[in-house]
Structure formats: C-alpha cells, structure tokens
Design a protein around this ligand. Structure first.
Ligand code: ZN
Length: 557
C-alpha cells in the first residue's frame, strides 16, 4: 500500500509532465508591483540557472533530527549532501504560516514585512470587518475575500531577480494560498494553490493547459480515495494517545475517503500534487534553461502542517508523512536531474511545532491546552473593575494580540490596558504580557536569536501599524488551542524554540556537504541567495545577512 501510494503521486507527476510537452507558454504580461531599485548583476559568479525554494510547512529541526538518520530519499539528499543548518530560526513571534513564509525570500522579520500573523485586527474598521487575513486585499470591494500580495510591504527574491534580469521568471506553487503569496511576492509570473476544486490563482491571467491538466489529475486522485499507507515498524512504535479524552491519534494511516479534499490535504499525496505541478511548470515554461536570466520556483509543501495539526507532529501519522515526504522529494530531484538543469535548492520551514500535551505527559512534562475560559474570564474581570467600558471596547484574544478601541477616553483606555495586562499576567498559564509601548521601546534585536528575550522575539514580530496593544506568551509547552476539534488538536505560534527552530538546507549538485553547527536565521536566506546569484539588493534595508561559506562562497566577494 505504501509503495502503491508513492507510485501514484509520482505517476501523477508523469501524467502532468506528459501533457505539458505540448502545452504552450502563457503570453507574458506587464507586471505591476513594488518598485525595486536598479540591481545589476555584480562580479563573476557561478550562478545557478534555476533556484528552487522548498518550504515544508511545520518542519521543525527537532522533527528532521529524528528522521534524517533513517532516511535515504530526497529530503536526506538535500540535508546530507548540502550545507545544513539545524540551528536556524524563524526568530520572531507569532510563529505562523504567513509570517514564516514572508521571512523566507524577503530577508525581513515581520516587523518589516508587515506580515505579523495569519490574521490581525484593524480596530478602526466596523466590528464585522475588523479581521484582516494576511494574504487578502483588505480594500477589495464586495463580501468575498480577494487573495492578494498587497499586505506584503517588502520585495521578494523574484523581484530582485527581475530587476537584474528582465527575462527571469518567478513561479510560486503551494498547498496554501498564503504560502504561495508570501514566497512569490508581488512580481510573479505564475502562482497557484489548491482551492478544493482546482488549482487557482490571484493573477488575472489565462490558465495554462498544463495547470488545467494538473487540476484534472489532482481531482482524479482525490476522487479515487485511499485507505492510506502501510504502517511501518518504526512508525507503529509511536505511542497512541487520546487527545482531550476524545480523539484517538497515533495509528492513523493518512488515507482519505473518495472525494474528501479536506482529508487529502493531510496526506503525502497533497505534497506530491504540488511537486507534480511544479515539475510540470518547469517543463512547460522551460525554467532554468537560460544562463543569462536565472529563474525561481517556490514550492510550499503544506501536508506536514496539516498532519501535525490533526495528529500531532510526534505520532505514527507524522512518521509516515516524513518518510513519504523524503520519497516525494526524491522523485522531484530525479526529475530535475533528468533534465540536466543547473539548479540549486533551498529547503526550510515556516515554523516548527510543539509536541502534543498528551505525549509530553508520557515524557514527564505536565502541561495541556489553554483553559477554555482564559480569555472570557480575564475580560470579564477587567469589565468588573472598569464598569464604564462601552460595548466593543476590545478585540482579539490571547495568545494573539489584543486591541483596545482607540476612541475610548485616553485615561480609561490606559486603565483598560493596564488592567488587561495585570489580569492576564496573573493567570498561571501566561508567561508574559507586553504592552505596545514596551515592545516599541525595545530596539530591533540582531545576532543570535537563540539568546533573544521573549520581548525581543515579540519586537521582531511587531508592526506598529498592524500589531495590537497587548502581546501575550503562554507558558512553555502550553498548547495555544482553547477549543480543540478533531482535525485541530495541536498548534504552533509561540515564541518558544520548538516553534522557532527550523532547518535550512542549501543544496547544489556537486558542492561539498557541510553540516553547519552555527546559528542562522530564515531572514538570512535572501541575502545568501542574492550573493550566489550575483544580485545587488540595491541598498534596500533588510534584517538578514549573507551566510558566509555556503557552497564555498565568501559573502562580499
Ligand atoms: Zn500550521
């Protein structure tokens, strides 16, 4: 069964590739986006013709450390035969998909990119329009959400590449819209994510036949259903637990009922579908075929995150997912090799993930999920202390930012913020509460993020325009879910290292493997790739620094 499913995802890649051979390339269109300062190529560099950036959603370093010695596929190849940083950090808080992906190719912390969380609140809007999704155009007319890169305040690698080489193409594909949007940025030639009934895009352009074919192939796979993978001996040894006394997890096999696209997302087949479309577009657009203008393709593999949320990152299900990911990536790398492309790969993650509290308990760490009444009781207490507070005086809930209405009397507003801080801080599940003033008085941290204080981690994730009046940190290992559901029993987002520490692997065929023990940050990826591509960033301010010595290259030379 395991082998059969692996084969089916790769077969799908083959089917899509076959169709792509006769598909035409979409007509180029003028691209409107952020202005990027002129950035000519500098110096002589042995730049690759194709840069492949792979984000494995929720792949913590801890997860990779466990499975890497047991793997022999594509994930192992990228990690073992590349330059591997296991002590790399998504340095900021909140450690979520949108801000995490926004650091990867911008060199910028959320404080600079503006992508502070998956959602934030605009307290000045009417109560039913306050929640802003990180990848939507908040000013789009109508009730339907319009996916857009407009909230991203900084350019991505693709824009710098285009500024230096007008012929460079920038392609972004992911299992989640926000991953595709944040990696592709504003100046993107093709952007696709799975929208439950097909591969969809925010770009107003014709759908290439190769993408239409991928929709048919993916839908066919979903409609077929699967009983899942065969449980291996290693994965079967993971303890089964009953989360919240209701949901038994640990021995799931990652199957899906015919037509159940939600369950399909929680399987390796979902990553396979993204990789298959990526491979198809590489062929269809002839990416990486020009040594004058390098191309970029970003691939967001979301299944690990969906598996982690539904079953925890530490059960038999995540175990099956890791080995399947390893094989799916092997198939993808084989396709690149077969085309004899001069390519480089960077593999990393948008955030890590905490263990399930039920499994931590087996290890002697007694913790749990957020108290269901943590927020409601704290707000009720503040309203008891300050009965003059009007309706809708506060929005948002811990551990996300809280926003206090700005039209309150200044004295009452200050009292409300102080009362919120004191009330939350007294709760045994709360580690720290910071006010906007405390965060904004903190200089932007630099250097080794392992040594940053909680306040500094919040500072790197704070945008004065979008962040709240209060920021919260739950105690370590406390799962930030007030009301768990059957596919949502585990969640990241904290400033603790299990959510921050992620791998970064730089791989280029023929380069010597190096295991780097030193610390890196995901914001360092952009300047490092820019150096490898011979790109100038045109004096744009970023937070990352070029990582010296990757693939034997010295930064600044
Ligand atoms: Zn997630």
């Amino acid at each position: 069964m395991e082998r059969a499913m692996h084969k089916s995802t790769l077969l799908m890649a083959g089917a899509v590739l076959a169709l792509s051979a006769c598909a035409s390339q979409p007509a180029p269109e003028p691209i409107a986006g952020l202005p990027v300062p002129g950035a000519p190529a500098v110096g002589e560099v042995d730049a690759p013709d194709l840069v492949v950036v792979i984000s494995v959603d929720s792949l913590s370093s801890q997860l990779l450390e466990e499975y890497l010695p047991l793997m022999n596929g594509g994930l192992a190849r990228l990690s073992r035969e590349g330059t591997l940083f296991l002590n790399a950090y998504q340095a900021h808080s909140m450690t979520e998909t949108c801000p995490g992906h926004a650091t990867l190719l911008t060199g910028s912390h959320p404080a600079r990119s503006g992508i502070i969380a998956n959602r934030w609140i605009d307290i000045d809007r009417p109560a039913d329009e306050r929640v802003i999704y990180c990848a939507e155009d908040p000013d789009a007319p109508g009730d339907d959400m319009v996916i857009s890169a407009s909230p991203l305040k900084v350019p991505t690698l693709g824009a710098y590449m285009k500024a230096a080489h007008p012929g460079s193409r920038n392609v972004s594909i992911a299992g989640k819209d926000r991953a595709a949007v944040m990696m592709g940025g504003r100046q993107v030639d093709q952007r696709w994510w799975w929208g439950n009934e097909g591969w969809i895009s925010d770009l107003d352009r014709p759908t290439p036949p190769v993408v239409a074919a991928a929709t048919v192939a993916t839908q066919t796979l979903i409609d077929a259903g699967s009983t899942g993978l065969e449980m291996t001996e290693y994965c079967a040894a993971k303890p089964e637990v009953i989360a919240e006394g209701q949901w038994r997890v640990g021995d799931g096999r990652l199957g899906w009922a015919a037509g159940d696209s939600g369950a399909f997302r929680r399987t390796p087949g979902y990553d396979g579908a993204v990789l298959a479309l990526g491979a198809a577009l590489i062929d269809d657009m002839q990416l990486g075929r020009s040594s004058d203008a390098p191309d970029l393709i970003s691939l967001g593999l979301s299944a690990t995150d969906y598996v982690s949320h539904a079953f925890g990152p530490d059960g038999g299900e995540a175990c099956l997912q890791m080995f399947s990911l390893d094989r799916n990536l092997e198939g993808f790398l084989d396709l690149l090799d077969a085309r004899e492309l001069d390519y480089a790969v960077v593999l990393t993650a948008d955030h890590g993930a905490p263990h399930l509290p039920e499994r931590l308990a087996l290890q002697g760490i007694q913790t749990g999920r957020m108290a269901p009444d943590l927020n409601s009781s704290a707000i009720a207490e503040v309203e008891r202390q300050l009965p003059e507070l009007p309706e809708n005086w506060v929005a948002g809930e811990a551990p996300y930012d809280m926003y206090v209405a700005r039209d309150l009397d200044a004295g009452l507003r200050a009292q409300a913020i102080a009362a919120l801080k004191a009330t939350y801080a007294a709760h045994p599940q709360i580690e720290a509460v910071f006010t906007r003033e405390e965060i904004e008085a903190t200089p932007m941290p630099a250097g080794n993020p392992a040594n940053w204080t909680l306040l500094q981690r919040k500072r790197a994730g704070h945008d004065p325009e979008r962040s709240g009046d209060l920021a919260f940190v739950l105690t370590e290992y406390r799962t930030p879910i007030e009301r768990p559901g059957p596919t949502f029993i585990s969640h990241h987002s904290s400033p603790w290292d299990y959510d921050r520490r992620v791998p970064i692997a730089f791989y280029r065929p023929g380069q010597a493997p190096v295991n780097r023990p030193d610390v890196a940050r995901t914001v360092d990826i952009l300047p490092t790739l820019a150096a490898h591509l011979g790109l100038s960033l045109g004096g744009t301010e970023i937070d990352g620094v070029c990582l010296d010595g990757v693939h034997g290259k010295r930064c600044g030379n």
